[in-house]
Design a protein around this ligand. Structure first.
Ligand code: ATP
Ligand code: MG
Length: 285
């Protein structure tokens, strides 16, 4: 029986969440310091711990069958691979930033400027599409200090809160890519490996759906059921159980995390009381 080889980042911003996702999918593996390769105990996968920069190439060459990396790395490396699934973590953006005291005049600001980045391929493509002639200075890390030390006029780097830019006297002026972690896959996986991947994706989607939804329980007068059901469509339709108190019911359903606060206000208005909201561990649709 073959094993599906999964490449994940060895240490960095993706590694904890990648390992956590696999663990939440019920996959057990040992992960001692210095271990570069391990086989899961209860699922036909082998894990390879690598630098994120190398993962697209390894997946293309099928050293690994699939990998977990940021979309920013997928576009920069531009390898012949498939993006299989978005994972909903490591949200960040690739942005252009300039010194705070400068006045930003639009993209033409970058005309004939020197821009430091670890994303030379993607940035030069972006400038080419926007007809900007700029010099790109490729550096592999700590890009945000480049203007401060006279290495460049501006930077193009990964931003999440923007605090690193600000600490280094820079301001974000353009977002050129929005990114999150994704699963990438080799294009020629065997039928057997595709079957393991499909089993893994089934589990990943159950974990993701659970995170995006909450279980909600509430009490309401019978007369409010119809109104409440229209606010809470649920997976199919809400469960309604009678309460000991006559004329009252307990109503159970599922609500999307991002619609949560808005729905709670509507529910209270419709007559709901004693509202409980509970996290869901797995959700299979
Ligand atoms: P490696 O040693 O594996 O090459 P690295 O230093 O190049 O690691 P990290 O800083 O660990 O990379 O970032 C890995 C990925 O995490 C990035 O490519 C990006 O997709 C995402 N990422 C980076 N910074 C943030 C952030 N501040 N918030 C959320 N996600 C981020
Ligand atoms: Mg890297």
């Amino acid at each position: 029986m073959s094993l599906l080889k999964i490449a994940i980042q060895k240490s960095g911003r993706l590694s904890d969440n990648s390992k956590k996702l696999l663990e939440e999918c019920g996959i057990k593996f040992s992960n001692g310091a210095g271990v570069l390769k391990t086989t899961a105990q209860n699922f036909p996968v082998e894990l390879l711990f690598l630098r994120d920069d190398d993962i697209p190439q390894y997946v293309e060459q099928q050293v690994a069958d699939i990998g977990i990396i940021g979309e920013n790395m997928v576009v920069e490396k531009d390898k012949d691979i498939n993006v299989v699934e978005q994972l909903g973590f490591a949200h960040c953006r690739l942005s252009l930033a300039i010194p705070k005291e400068e006045t930003y005049t639009g993209l033409t600001y970058f005309m004939n400027k020197k821009v430091a980045t670890s994303y030379p391929k993607f940035l030069s493509e972006f400038f080419r599409e926007n007809k900007i002639t700029a010099e790109i200075e490729e550096i592999s890390g700590s890009v945000e200090i480049a203007p401060g030390i006279g290495l460049a006029d501006a930077v193009c780097d990964i931003v999440s809160s923007g605090s690193t830019l600000s600490t280094n006297g820079l301001k974000e002026v353009e977002t050129i890519l929005k990114s999150q972690a994704v699963i990438i896959g080799n294009k020629n996986l065997s039928a057997e490996k595709l079957e393991i991947l499909s089993g893994l994706l089934f589990r990943i989607r159950a974990v993701k759906n659970a995170k995006e939804n909450k279980y909600i329980l509430l009490n309401a007068p019978e007369s409010a059921i119809q109104k409440i059901c229209s606010i809470l469509p649920g997976m199919k339709s809400p469960t309604i159980l009678p309460l000991a108190e006559k004329g009252w019911v307990s109503l159970h359903s599922v609500v999307k995390e991002d619609q949560f606060w808005e729905r709670i206000d509507q529910l209270k208005e419709a007559g709901a009381e004693g509202i409980l909201v509970i996290p869901i561990e797995k959700m299979i649709l």
